[in-house]
Design a protein around this ligand. Structure first.
Ligand code: FAD
Length: 239
């Protein structure tokens, strides 16, 4: 079988493709009862801050849904699998290994990523690992990725269908998908998929989905600074 070249990445891609998401969208929706129909007017941002904080604190979530953010993500399959568990307020489209030959791009952890789990389920931490662990990860990942992709290509060359040949590929292979959400569903995702010492309900996500979440969080902070501040002040609990 001919040798294959393949790429190993230790990062993820998150691009904000488009967004219609501003703090004023939240305030305008929330004020429908008091100044209904005035959505053309410029909203008073000083007043919005108090209103948005109140909505966040008392978990009046629906005004945050009048926003839309579309992301393009490149991440390993195991991250996508975790990601797609987020059902409410999310829409997805993912590349399909039935319709295209999958690219030989695979994930391996960056050097700083902890490798060793210490403790029992529900109460564990991760530690860096020593040079033996690091060498094992490096060698095993490379060996399996090369072997699996070579076998995949070999089967395609024999005329075996893409949807069958892909079954040998590991979950470390990269996939790509579009994900569209609103600010409320994004905050719910961030509350679960990031670790934060200010979180009212601490979560312990896998580092790789957190790498995606962190980049999405930066976009939320840029687009909706008042909402983002209120999210943090109120313990990173989605309204
Ligand atoms: C650290 C961590 C570890 C995890 N480990 C596992 C695991 O071992 N195994 C596993 O299977 N999953 C695991 N998950 C996934 C987890 O169980 C959730 O599926 C995922 O986090 C999505 O959360 P969600 O359902 O709240 O989000 P969404 O699906 O986006 O839903 C948002 C909210 O809408 C409401 N909602 C949505 N659907 C329903 C429904 N059908 N009925 C009632 N209310 C609904 C709920 O209030 C929900 O919180 C883990 C998640 C995290 C963060």
């Amino acid at each position: 079988m001919p040798p294959v070249t393949f790429e190993i990445r230790n990062n993820v891609t998150v691009e904000l493709v488009k967004a219609s998401a501003a703090d004023s969208d939240v305030a305008t929706a929330a004020r429908v009862s008091t100044v209904g129909g005035s959505h053309e007017e410029v909203v008073d941002l000083a007043k919005d801050e108090g209103l948005i904080n109140y909505l966040m604190r008392d978990r009046h979530g629906s005004p945050f849904e009048h926003t839309s953010l579309t992301f393009y993500v490149e991440a390993p399959v195991f991250v996508a699998r975790e990601f797609f568990r987020h059902r409410s307020g999310w829409s997805y489209n993912e590349e399909s290994g039935r319709y295209k030959q999958l690219k030989p791009t695979f994930y391996a952890p960056p050097p700083e990523r902890p490798l060793v789990q210490v403790g029992k389920p529900g109460a564990y931490t991760f530690k860096p690992g020593d040079h033996v662990h690091a060498a094992s990860v490096e060698q095993n990942f490379r060996y399996v990725y090369r072997e699996a992709y070579q076998r995949y290509m070999g089967m395609l060359q024999q005329g075996i269908a893409r949807e069958v040949a892909r079954m040998v590929l590991p979950v470390g292979i990269f996939t790509s998908f579009y994900a569209t959400c609103n600010a409320r569903s994004l905050m719910h995702f961030l509350g679960l998929r990031t670790r934060s010492c200010i979180a009212k309900f601490p979560s312990f996500p896998q580092r790789e989905i957190e790498m995606v979440a962190e980049q999405m969080e930066d976009h939320l902070a840029d687009l909706m600074p008042i909402t983002y501040a209120a999210f943090n002040v109120n313990g990173r609990v989605a309204p």
